[in-house]
Design a protein. Sequence first.
Lengths: 101, 101
Amino acid sequence: MEVALAAVSGRWTTLILRELMHGPRSFGQLRVALPTLSAKVLSERLTKLVRHDLVECRRQKGFPSQVVYRLTTAGQLLRPLLIELYRTGDALLRQSRRLPD
Amino acid sequence: MEVALAAVSGRWTTLILRELMHGPRSFGQLRVALPTLSAKVLSERLTKLVRHDLVECRRQKGFPSQVVYRLTTAGQLLRPLLIELYRTGDALLRQSRRLPD
DNA sequence: CGGTATCCACGACGATACTG
DNA sequence: CAGTATCGTCGTGGATACCG
């Protein structure tokens, strides 16, 4: 459990993964999709995901430079978990309004 | 997703919930089950879970005082999520050994 | 465009001591 | 037994500036 939680925890991580579930995305595309997230934190999250082999990145040759991130096979394993997170969150909200602090 | 993640995130939270999934537990029982967790943090986590209506607590009258925590109906909703966390963590470990930093 | 370096602020965590 | 109070420490996130 701690392993899976470590994989998806950290603010923004689930949102980044959600974007990548829809297909490969460049650094810039992720920034646009998550505007309130600073470049530093996005970079940190992606680095961690890459270290954990959940995401891989490809540098495109040429200028301007372009780097595309995509889920690895291991990363795809997270899909059911993300769906379950969504399902559970939804169920909690339906049952009670007290969840947000 | 953020709602569900907020419910289970925080170090130790999943472990506390896991204990409570097995049935009601007193503060002391939880401390024994999670020896490396300080009373302060356990208290903080339980307070938060109670605030979120995921857990409720009952004071037993008499001495020594005894307080029992148990999952609420909403808390029970988290069971599939915890199972999925376990399942996914297991799958990740099987596929790769690089997950722990 | 895609990052890293630096600095700062805040919150989380642990240890210890104390209360009802 | 079941907490709360206090304190020090460390990690995390944000802003800004800069590099390849």
